[in-house]
Ligand binder design. Structure first.
Ligand code: GDP
Ligand code: MG
Ligand code: ZN
Length: 306
């Protein structure tokens, strides 16, 4: 009997893993030390990973190998830490849910997420969520900034059905990472797309030596209509990893395009003469809000990036 199988990790808590293999769910532990070359992270096996599992004599499966990742999204475990946390692997696209009020998504969260996706070459669509509750003028202004940068911005309301067709279409193929601050409507959206799913809140209290604390885990949901979606609860922010100052502007698509005309090839678009990015902002072709985000990232991350 062949005791080795290959499956997809749909849930990872750190102590055990759910692996989907040909329609059935296996609860696995990790065998031995699994470390990926060149990736220093707090979590070796993540949602979306393709893994090899081996059964023991009792028929319990353990993960014994991770197949090479196509890509992954990572964030710093905490602002001051050099350790990183991988959110998910093998992603085809990201959907970023944003609400401008109830709750207000901080612009830096949006821009950091977009930079992360650009860095890992993951296409991203921005979904302005809960449009039934939003101020139409604010929605239009936000849309203008991000469409101007080159992103698809769609509107969504599960209350009145706005945008659901577009989302269904996006989700139907491959694996979609669903991101957004807590409360923007991620779980509600998944439940609406596929009412047969049992959406867990993603929060599990685990007992540790120092007492109880609440941890949140990403979960992948295979959808009845095809495709799979990864819900990422409790992600409050992204730290930029391995992006140096000279590189950061590459991940602002509108700045990248304009920078071809900067006088200096290594222009940081801050103080240099003949900067085409600064010129494009002056002409109203690049949103000042995006440029301010860029400057803030250069400034704030200096201490941590390296
Ligand atoms: N008015 C309105 N409320 C929504 C919409 N989508 C979600 N909500 C509400 O927003 C709250 C947070 O939603 P939830 O899906 O838990 O957000 P998550 O933290 O991103 O998973 C819930 O009370 C939902 O009922 C929407 O399109 N319109
Ligand atoms: Mg949720
Ligand atoms: Zn420049």
């Amino acid at each position: 009997m062949d005791t080795k199988i290959t499956g997809t990790v749909v849930r990872a808590t750190g102590s055990w893993y759910e692996v989907l293999h040909e329609g059935s769910m296996l609860r696995c532990r990790i065998r031995g030390k699994l470390r990926l070359k060149g990736v220093r992270s707090t979590n070796p096996v993540v949602v979306g990973d393709r893994v090899e599992c081996e059964a023991d004599e009792k028929g319990d499966y353990a993960i014994c190998a991770i197949l090479p990742r196509r890509n992954y999204v990572i964030r710093r475990a905490s602002n001051l830490s050099k350790e990183s946390h991988i959110i998910a692997a093998n992603i085809d696209r990201a959907l970023l849910l944003v609400t401008l009020r109830q709750p207000a998504t901080p612009p830096e969260f949006v821009d950091r997420f977009l930079v992360t996706c650009e860095a890992y070459k993951i296409p991203v669509t921005i979904l302005l969520s809960k449009t039934d509750l939003q101020d139409p003028e604010a929605v239009a202004a936000f849309g203008a900034i991000y469409r101007g940068a080159g992103y698809e911005v769609a509107t969504l309301s599960v209350h009145d059905g706005t945008g659901l067709d577009r989302v269904r279409k996006l989700l139907a193929e491959g694996t979609t990472l669903l991101s957004g601050n807590s409360g923007v409507g991620k779980s509600t959206l998944i439940r609406t797309i596929d009412p047969s799913l049992d959406i867990r809140t993603g929060e599990i209290s685990e007992s540790h030596g120092k007492g109880r604390h609440t941890t949140t885990f990403s979960t992948m949901y295979p959808l009845a209509g095809g495709g799979a979606v990864i819900d990422t609860p409790g992600i409050k922010g992204f730290g930029l990893i391995d992006i140096d100052d000279a590189e950061l502007a590459h991940y602002f698509p509108e700045m990248m395009r304009a920078s071809a005309d900067c006088r200096f090839y290594n222009c940081t678009h801050t103080h240099e003469p003949g900067c085409a990015v600064v010129e494009a902002i002056r002409r109203g072709e690049i949103a000042p809000e995006r440029y301010e985000s860029y400057l803030k990232m250069l400034d704030e991350d200096e201490k941590y990036r390296k």
